[in-house]
Design a protein around this ligand. Structure first.
Ligand code: MRU
Length: 360
């Protein structure tokens, strides 16, 4: 992705460490921070300096690689896997990446682990980029179909499933970028995505940087636009898809799926296969939902007129607040999945048909 004419990935090796874009500073400042230790990577994931399921996985892989640079013993490997694995519970890409690193390293002699860990982390990043590129290509075909019928396309998205949530390109937004670049006239309704505002701050930032027409809307406005024929398709990303096709994504996704269903608006979920959890066959019961600090609900952060950042309370003092970070959209509300291998139905057979070797 290009920012100010320069190409960026969201994570890249730099000297003895790895650099990531600090998403807590966006959209007001574009800064890269250096992670030099496994603890730095753990903190970056936990504090949402990086976020989005595929990028969480990539950062965790680099976290293991940084741990191996410092100490490649079994104890160090176990401690890195434990520490990183405890950061965020819902995005399954975290577990996927840690298992992949563990499998690549566990049986190796200690002396070979450092180099192998770096190569494996780089491979995970490169594969994510290629998955996202392929997802974009398959999604583009859907958008082209609408554009041919209508002349233009209105998309609604929730949270951030763009290049900031992955290593590059994004999942849901990869389809938007490829469609835009191929000349399709499109516009994106961007849900603000309270309480962390990933839509208003990150998705809007990305779309603006890429020159894509977009409008930020309050989270509750999407149903209204669907009722008035102003949404042709909803495309979201996901943090974990259960083997039966149930989809965990940012809180509020389920309500958008219900509204889309009621208005016969296609509701697509874009995902790389690293986001499928083959061990869970009932997403509603099986997918762990992260409960975050209620302060994210009671307080908002923003830019003051003098250019400084401030946090302020927006709720009645003393009122309790709750903050589930994700919800689960049942598979029956999902029109289809857009994956790196193409489109499939949002159910067990659909997933198995595209990924027979993974579902076995
Ligand atoms: O809490 P976050 O910001 O990590 O949640 C991110 C999302 O819910 C994204 O929509 C999801 O990870 C899809 S990423 C391509």
């Amino acid at each position: 992705m290009k920012i100010g004419g320069a190409h960026y990935r969201t994570i890249w090796p730099d000297g003895d460490g790895v650099r990531v874009i600090d998403q807590t500073r966006l959209p007001f400042a574009f800064e890269a921070v250096l992670l030099q230790t496994c603890s730095d990577a753990t903190k970056a994931i936990r504090d949402m300096i990086v976020r989005g399921a595929p990028l969480i996985g990539a950062t965790a892989a680099w976290g293991v690689a940084l741990a191996m640079r410092a100490d490649a013993s079994d104890a160090s490997l176990d401690s890195a896997l434990r520490e990183l694995g405890a950061t965020r519970p819902t995005a399954v890409n975290l577990r996927w990446a840690l298992e992949r690193m563990a499998n690549a390293l566990r049986t190796l002699p200690v002396g070979r682990r450092n180099e192998t860990a770096t190569l494996e982390a780089m491979r995970i990043c490169d594969e994510d980029v290629e998955c996202c590129r392929a997802i974009g290509f398959h999604g583009l075909l859907l958008l082209r179909d609408i554009a041919q019928r209508k002349g233009h396309v209105n998309i609604l998205t929730h949270c951030n499933a763009g290049w900031l949530a992955t290593v590059d390109f994004g999942t849901a937004l990869s389809t938007v970028y490829q469609a835009h670049d191929s000349g399709i006239d499109l516009h994106v309704w961007v849900d603000e995505t309270r309480p962390r505002n990933q839509g208003a701050s990150l998705t809007a930032f990305e779309l603006g940087a890429h020159g894509v027409k977009h409008t930020i809307i309050a989270d509750n406005a999407g149903g209204h636009y669907m009722q008035h024929g102003q949404v042709d398709m909803v495309i979201v990303g996901t943090d974990r898809v259960a083997a039966n096709g149930d989809v965990a994504n940012k809180i509020g996704t389920y309500l958008k799926a219900l509204a889309a269903y009621d208005n016969v608006v296609p509701f697509y979920v874009a995902l790389p296969s690293s986001t499928i959890d083959w061990t869970i066959d009932d997403g509603l019961r099986g997918i762990p939902i992260e409960e975050r600090n209620p302060r994210e609900v009671t307080h908002i952060q923003g830019l003051l007129a003098d250019g400084s950042m401030a946090e302020m309370q927006v709720t009645a003092p003393g009122s309790a607040a709750a903050n589930p970070a994700f919800d689960v959209t049942p598979a029956r509300l999902v029109t289809g999945f857009i994956t790196e291998r193409g489109l499939c139905a949002a159910n067990a057979d659909g997933l198995r048909s595209l990924f027979p070797e993974l579902s076995a």
